[in-house]
Structure formats: structure tokens, C-alpha cells
Design a protein around this ligand. Sequence first.
Ligand SMILES: C[S@@+](CC[C@H](N)C(=O)[O-])C[C@H]1O[C@@H](n2cnc3c(N)ncnc32)[C@H](O)[C@@H]1O
Length: 260
Amino acid sequence: MLSYQHIYHAGCPADVHKHMALSIILSMSVDQYDLITYIDTHSGRGRYNIASAAALKTGEASFGVLRIMDCLNDFPVVSYAKILLDSKKKFGINYYPGSPMIARFLLRKMDVLHCIEAHPREYISLEKFARKHNIFTHYADSYSLAPEIISKAKGLSIVLIDPSYEVKIEYKACSNFIKSLSNKYKNTIILCWVPILSSAMHKVFLYDLSDTDGLWKQEVLFNIPYKMLGSMLLCLNAPTFITDNLNDLQEVMQKNVLGV
Ligand SMILES: C[S@@+](CC[C@H](N)C(=O)[O-])C[C@H]1O[C@@H](n2cnc3c(N)ncnc32)[C@H](O)[C@@H]1O
């Protein structure tokens, strides 16, 4: 039984880190490829009311997205800033765009989005948000369903893997999942987020992937008063014109988000 709900963490520094990377990968791929299939293995509900009681209970957005909302016109990650501005215009200032929403903003009508979510209540919200001809939602376990979707995907496939890591065994399940995908689908861009906690499970995760070819990684440490010590992003099979841009996120996080 899943208990994690992303509303408690929406807009936190880790979200900003991961969502900036996703925006860069999607926007740069749109410029280069005629057709994209995006697979969001852990979608959540799509967008989040960061003024809701649940979000305010943790207040995590105040260390993340709320620090950049007033300077979006000069923000260095232009694709992400534009999504936040468009989302604000469309849904109001309280709504924070989750990963499916980011993909919805950036992809074109010929691209295909598959959003997988296993929590029944999160799925109901996701399904409502996703009513568009090229968005397919799936109420399913992503580790079972995603490989089947990827095997049939057309054009460039981009996979976001963003688990809740509710249980320790999920780290192993996820690194095994990445290994199996990377062995089989050399042209699929995979972005995976891993929390940095005092348990240091992110190091075990990395060790498990140490013989994986072309693994890009970035660790950002936080200076904020909560359990998560930092955020790690892993990316596989991305061309260098994309990873060169992802490299800049370390400085953007330090200067524009955490340093504020
Ligand atoms: C960190 S949240 C996702 C946030 C979202 N990717 C975003 O950036 O807006 C993780 C989500 O994965 C869902 N989940 C957990 N295990 C899953 C599984 N095996 N298959 C699909 N979804 C799962 C949880 O219910 C939760 O909504």
C-alpha cells in the first residue's frame, strides 16, 4: 500500500533541480528530433496546489520554487522559467507544475506522453489533468508496465524515473530497472532522481550502476533544515549538447535557488 503523496514536497529544492533538468532535456530534444515519446514512470498527480494545507504543513516550496518566482524573467534556465510563467498565467500563482505538466507544456501535438501512477488517489487527479489526445495515463506499477511501453515507443524515447523511495528496497529495484533499460535501449534518454539522505543509499545506488556506460551524474547538497541533505540526478544516453547544459544546473542551484 503506497502512502507517499508528493503534495507535501511539491516545489522543494529537489523538485526544482529535477524539473529544471527535465525541462532542458525536453526542450533541447524538441529542437532536434521530429518525434518524441515521453514516459513518466512515477507521475504523481500532475500539478500541485502549494498553498494547500498539506503543502504548507512542510513549507518545502519556500526553500525551492518560491525563491525564484519573483525573478523568472532573468532566470538562467529559460525553458523552466517559461513553464513556471505559463503555469502561473493559466492556473494561478498557487499551482506548481509536476513532471507530467512540464512535459505537457514542452512537447508538441505529434509527440506522445505516457504517464504511469500507482497510487489510486493521485491517479484520479492525474487522469483529470491529462485529458488530451496525445497523453496516455496508466494506473499501474511502472516497473512492470514501462518496459512494454518503451519497447513500442516511436521516435526518441525520454524516460523520467522519479520514485518515492518509500522503502529501502526501491533503490535496488530502481537501479536494476535502469540497468535493464540501458542494456537494451541505447538510444533512450533516461533521467533518474535519487535523494541524498543520511543513510547514503544514493552511494549504493551509484555503485550498482558503476559499470553502466555513459552515466552522467550531478549531486547538489542543500543547506536547509529538513531531512533531505541533497539531490542526485543521473542521466543516461543524453548527447553532450544536453549534458553540457545539465552541468550548469549545479551553479544555478547554488546561486539562484539555495543561495537566495
Ligand atoms: C516523487 S513522486 C512523483 C513526482 C512527479 N514525478 C513530479 O515530478 O511531479 C512519486 C510518485 O510515484 C508513485 N509511485 C510509487 N511507486 C510506484 C510504482 N511502482 N509505479 C508507479 N507509480 C509509483 C507515488 O504514488 C508518487 O505519486
